[in-house]
Ligand binder design. Sequence first.
Ligand SMILES: [Zn+2]
Length: 507
Amino acid sequence: MRIAIAGFQHETNTFVPNQTTLSDFEMADSWPPLLLGNKVISSTKGMNLPITGAVIGAQSHPDVEIIPLVWASAEPGGIVTDHAFNHIVDIILIGLTQADPIDALYLDLHGAMVTHSFPDGEGELLKRLRQHLGQDIPIGISLDLHANVTSLMVDLSDIITIYRTYPHLDMADTGRRCMDHIIQITHDQIKTGSKRRPCKSFRQIPFLIPLPAQYTAHDPCLSLYQKVETLSQAATAKAECAMGFTAADISDCGASILAYADDKAEAEAMTKQLYDMILSNERHFDGKLMTADDAVKLAMESDAKKPFILADVQDNPGAGGSGDTMGLVRSILDAGAEKALVGVISDPDFAALAVNAGIGGVISSNLGGKSGVVGDEPLTGKFEVIALSDGNFSYTGEMYKGGVAEIGPSCLVEVVGANHVQIVVSSLRTQCLDQAFFTHFGIDLREPRIIALKSTVHFRADFEPLSHQVINVISPGFFGCQLEQLPYQHLRHGLRLGSDGPLFSKP
Ligand SMILES: [Zn+2]
């Protein structure tokens, strides 16, 4: 059995003004750069990536040969250029021609890619692949929990698996689950000659779920995903659920549910159960945020022995944020808060100044606020350089385990004249979801009273256990989480903006 594998991941925030280009896919960040051929396997080995799990799954079958084509991902950001999209799709198509004949194809996709020409990037990719491969070759795809799944994706693939955790601790498991299904389908097809596939049922949820409410260690998502697991216990029935990515102004934006079973009625009964469960819990998908000033005040007035974590959820680079807005830092400084730690601000010019100044040097400069986010501006002041780094270090948390950061020259600085307010600054945009962003500078994370992080939910896996309390704060950023305030134009008519939120109507 010859199974071709490829990966092409992007989570597109259509509200970000910058576009995502081929060079964004070609460079390394928290994940590897664009990989070709056998590097797809060797350079993702040991990581928590879907393709890694898929490879492990395939290698456990001695009769399966895998043919790696390409793997590429870019940091979440603006719309993907047609050039980047066509280029990477063509690598897959040429690879398939060279690999011919194959028995099946596995794809590691995100499910929320928007390109200049196609609001459903993955749907367009699958269309071109079906044109090339025909209808009979099984195609399985694994998707992120934040996928905006479309009926085109469902129709053109034979099996879709979706992460069941946010923070995404099960990326590799999801790739493996997909590969197991593909092998099963392909095996049956070879053995019986039958092209029969599991019956599908797909439903979209009529309200958008803000990302801070998608945390799967709390209800309602905890119970929901337990139900998804329970429904998938039967050998012939599988359920999947995506929470959707709300910063995509497209008609298919939002959460959805999928089921596969031997007969249509069974698949539909499964999606109905999950649909009813989500709808009956609608008001509990609550993404309420606190103002940054109130959150800082709460932390300062507390006598807790552990840090308060203030999550700068709207400037999360992992959702397209610029990673350089300074609203929360300003609230900390204005309040005179002491022992605060902030990370990670992305500002390559500032990082270069720090490298020039050296450890112990003091720089007078603007920090952050350079990306044109409405309501934000740079922080002007004096900063003492406490530590420097080349930005290459191993991750230590569960989600990025086995991976290495490549975030360019970075520094730890202390704001001169403040009460021990320290800030980590990197050259590349990066989501602060792993303690190593701080600890590789020698920081003891038990010391600060406040830790301010640029992340929406992923940080919780590694940081929540050391905290007294986590508070999601309102501060400027490209990743707006107050959905009723976003300038949507292309959603489907009647979609509710947040739980019990206002109905979207076409402008
Ligand atoms: Zn995600």
